[in-house]
Ligand binder design. Structure first.
Ligand code: NAD
Length: 481
């Protein structure tokens, strides 16, 4: 029988298979109402030290388990998550704000991701095999992984690190964002009943915990998802102990719409991929370049679609697409971007509206009509439901504009002419490029960023390799003949 979670109680951090309470506790809020949620622990430095030393001890055995042993436990864990999925989905909407349907999608994706990870394995490669010698390339786990998670997809992005870390033989300490600690603590609670102590631990803390982890000499790798400025701090901190790191950072994806598309088919997809999760996704259509021949029609159609189909409200209301912005810090950033419409004289095809705070951080979608290329709404990642449409006419020039920023996470090209679209896609400097789609991801397909959008990749066997060191083994066969 799978254990049953109670989403209202958080007795402690998950250290060495036990709840470890802390003297101090804190809470986050429900972003749809501003009301406080449950008290959670605030890890002290000694809690981290204890978790690291248990993780190091557990690594000695866990790293020697077989692929099948690890896969079996991972599958048991997925079953336990699935048995609690309705509670987790409600908790996710409560703490993160996203519509319940999207919480169901996130949990469903996480289950599929882990089940797929359980089938994936790095195997030895034979580089040379002659009578004289055999040379293998093998992969060995790094040790203890610190998984640092952001607040926009706490379940999928958390387990997207934990699964590959465990399957490659590492032990892992997961740290949720202080804005969204609840689901990740519950995942740790379920893990406690399945994995050996010290293999998968979860620490909730305040702003000090992340830097303690990146500095800790007992942690061998940091798998980080978050903003570009924080990513740079993480890299600098990891350098002190030469820890390995993978950074999944911010993006400002271009979507290039060619003049031969079917506008009515294109607009619902592009508008949804601009406003999903209230724009709080690293890979969304954040700069939409539309060919001048169809620009006016596309703009009007996108405004109509957004007005009629992109409803703003609490994540528990039916048919809502845009839930509240997740926290006050992000709400201020988004508010400031909306204030620029008047301050900078941008033309708004759809005005949008920042609802007065007090009853949640609600912001209605805005569409900016062809602002200058150097305006803030084009060069900055707003991480809110506001998006610019930009005119283009020359293919080479639009690719230059798409590639013109320091970010390179995702991008898309929309055209009936697949050869042309693929040719354009191959010229874009980004970790994922889609033709006639945006934001497709899969557990066996690597994803990550170029330029300042990140270092290294997650998911796929390429993502698995980042959790390992390479070890070449040379076997000379005839030396003692
Ligand atoms: P953030 O950088 O503020 O925080 C991310 C995590 O890092 C949190 O757990 C936070 O507590 C921790 N942290 C903060 N300061 C730290 C430090 N100095 N050292 C170590 N850890 C620290 O990011 P956020 O606001 O939670 O997330 C939003 C950003 O994440 C956006 O820019 C978005 O584009 C990006 N993002 C990227 C991806 C991706 O896969 N590339 C996915 C989701 C979000």
């Amino acid at each position: 029988m799978a254990p049953k979670i109670d989403i209202t109680t958080y007795p402690g951090n998950i250290i060495n298979g036990e709840f470890v309470p802390t003297q101090t506790t804190r809470h986050s809020i429900d972003p749809a109402t501003g009301k406080p949620l449950y008290e959670v622990p605030v890890a002290r430095k000694e809690d981290l030290d204890a978790a690291v030393s248990h993780a190091r001890a557990a690594f000695k055995t866990w790293s020697k388990t077989t692929h099948e042993d690890r896969a079996k436990l991972l599958r048991a864990f997925v079953d336990a998550v699935e048995a609690n999925r309705e509670d987790l989905e409600r908790l996710l909407t409560l703490e993160q704000g996203k519509p319940l349907g999207l919480s169901q999608t996130e949990v469903g994706m996480a289950l599929h991701w882990l089940r797929t990870f359980a089938t994936m394995q790095l195997t030895d490669e034979v580089l040379e095999d002659t009578e004289e010698r055999t040379i293998y390339s093998t992969r060995v786990p790094l040790g203890v992984v610190g998984a640092i998670v952001p607040w926009n997809w706490p379940i999928l992005l958390g387990l997207g690190k934990v699964g590959p870390a465990l399957m490659t033989g590492n032990t892992v300490i997961m740290k949720p964002s202080p804005f969204t600690p609840y689901c990740d603590l519950k995942l740790g609670e379920l893990a406690m009943t399945i994995f050996p102590p010290g293999v998968f631990q979860v620490l909730s803390g305040d702003d000090e915990l992340g830097p303690w982890m990146t500095e800790h000499p007992g942690i061998n790798m940091i798998s980080f998802t978050g903003s570009i400025p924080t990513g740079k701090k993480v890299a600098a901190s990891c350098a002190k102990t030469l820890k390995r790191y993978v950074l999944e950072l911010g993006g400002n994806d271009a979507a290039i719409v060619c003049d031969d598309v079917d506008i009515e088919k294109c607009v619902p997809k592009i508008a949804t991929m601009a406003f999903l999760n209230s724009g709080q996704i690293c890979m969304l259509c954040k700069r939409i370049y539309v060919h001048e021949k169809i620009y006016d029609q596309f703009r009007d159609s996108m405004v109509e679609f957004t007005k009629n189909h992109i409803k703003t409200g609490s994540g528990f209301e039916p048919d809502v697409v845009v839930g509240p912005v997740q926290n006050s810090m992000q709400f201020e950033i988004v508010k400031d971007m909306y204030a620029q419409i008047a301050k900078s004289g941008w033309k708004a095809a759809l005005e949008g509206r920042v609802r007065e705070p007090g009853r949640g951080y609600f912001v209605e979608p805005a569409i900016i009509d062809n602002p200058p290329d150097d305006s803030r709404i084009v060069v900055e990642e707003p991480f809110g439901p506001i998006v610019p449409l930009l005119r283009w006419s020359d293919e080479e020039d639009v690719i230059r504009r798409a590639n013109g920023l320091e970010t390179g996470l995702g991008a898309s090209v929309w055209s009936r002419d697949l050869a042309r679209a693929e040719r354009m896609a191959r010229l874009i400097d980004a970790g994922s490029v889609w033709v006639n789609s945006h934001f497709d991801v899969a557990p066996d397909v690597p994803f990550g960023g170029h330029k300042e959008s990140g270092i290294g990749m997650e998911w796929g066997l390429e993502g698995f390799r980042h959790f390992t060191n390479s070890r070449s083994i040379w076997v000379w066969k005839k030396v003692f003949d």
